[in-house]
Design a protein. Structure first.
Length: 291
């Protein structure tokens, strides 16, 4: 994985989306027509560019490098260690940060949170989420998880650092969940709690596997010779071919902005804002099964 350029580009894309939703002035009132207007478009783009300029690629690389030093992030011990590290890092940014626990098979597992409180509608929240655990064919021995999902945690952390002084209308909640690879246990525990408390969640941005760079040759033969099951090998090969084919068809650095038909105006607004910056191949996907 290219820890510098690929993850950095993804961070930029996430920040584009955040700006479109959260900035308290022009962008929060932007419509699909506004972003097509040659007069309004430079105003929108002008608000986004200063935030993009704050991204530091060394921060992204250093976070991923640090997460790899744990060797694996599958066990209870290592996930708790990383959770404590993440909470301390949020606090070093000057953010309100805390942990919450949930029970699974007799053990208490930890999720980590940080918040930027909204100025106008603090009870409305936009969520950035990422999972902190990792997986491999033998996770007890080695599962460094640089891409899945060190890249997502790095982007989330950098977004939090950059937006910590943002005067946003809605609250921004940063969530790092444990046990995603065991059936999304951490995020399910949070979702159940949010439902009980009737939290008003406006949007969720899921940061997962953001640093993927396909090899020039689509099939990596090491997957055919390891000790994993035949079913898993077939699944991995199909995923590699799909990713490789997508790059051939659509080109590099493609950002797809998707949503359900009822959210079509928001999808088109965000798409227009991102396109107004330039330099990114942006596609729109509006389908009923989009989440």
């Amino acid at each position: 994985m290219d820890k510098n350029s690929s993850t950095l580009r993804t961070t930029c894309k996430m920040l584009f989306f955040v700006c479109c939703i959260l900035l308290p002035q022009h962008i929060k009132h932007a419509t699909a027509a506004d972003v097509q207007d040659p007069v309004r478009r430079p105003v929108i783009a002008g608000e986004i560019r200063p935030i993009i300029g704050q991204i530091q690629k060394d921060n992204l690389k250093n976070i991923i490098d640090h997460l790899e030093t744990y060797g694996e992030r599958s066990s209870w011990k290592k996930q708790n260690q990383v959770a404590n590290w993440a909470k301390d890092r949020f606090k070093n940014y000057g953010l309100e940060s805390w942990t919450e626990t949930y029970e699974n098979k007799g053990q208490q597992w930890t999720n980590v949170f940080a918040r930027i409180k909204g100025k106008g509608k603090p009870k409305d929240s936009v969520l950035f989420i990422a999972h902190i655990d990792s997986i491999s064919n033998d996770p007890k021995q080695s599962a460094p998880g640089a891409d899945d999902n060190g890249s997502g945690v790095a982007v989330l952390m950098e977004v939090a650092r950059i937006l910590k002084d943002t005067c946003s209308e809605k609250s921004i909640l940063f969530c790092i969940f444990s046990n995603e690879e065991r059936g999304q246990l951490g995020s399910k525990a949070f979702a159940q709690k949010a439902r009980r408390e009737k939290q008003n969640i406006q949007a969720v941005i899921n940061l997962d596997i953001l640093g993927y760079n396909s090899n020039k040759f689509p099939i990596q033969w090491r997957f055919l010779t390891d000790k994993s099951s035949f079913k898993l090998k077939v699944k991995i090969i199909l995923k590699i071919i799909r990713n490789f084919s997508y790059g051939i068809i659509h080109g590099e650095n493609v950002l797809t902005i998707g949503g359900r038909p009822k959210d079509s105006n928001l999808v088109r607004t965000v798409t227009g804002c991102v396109r107004s910056i330039g330099g990114i191949n942006v596609k729109t996907k509006i389908e009923s099964h989009c989440h």
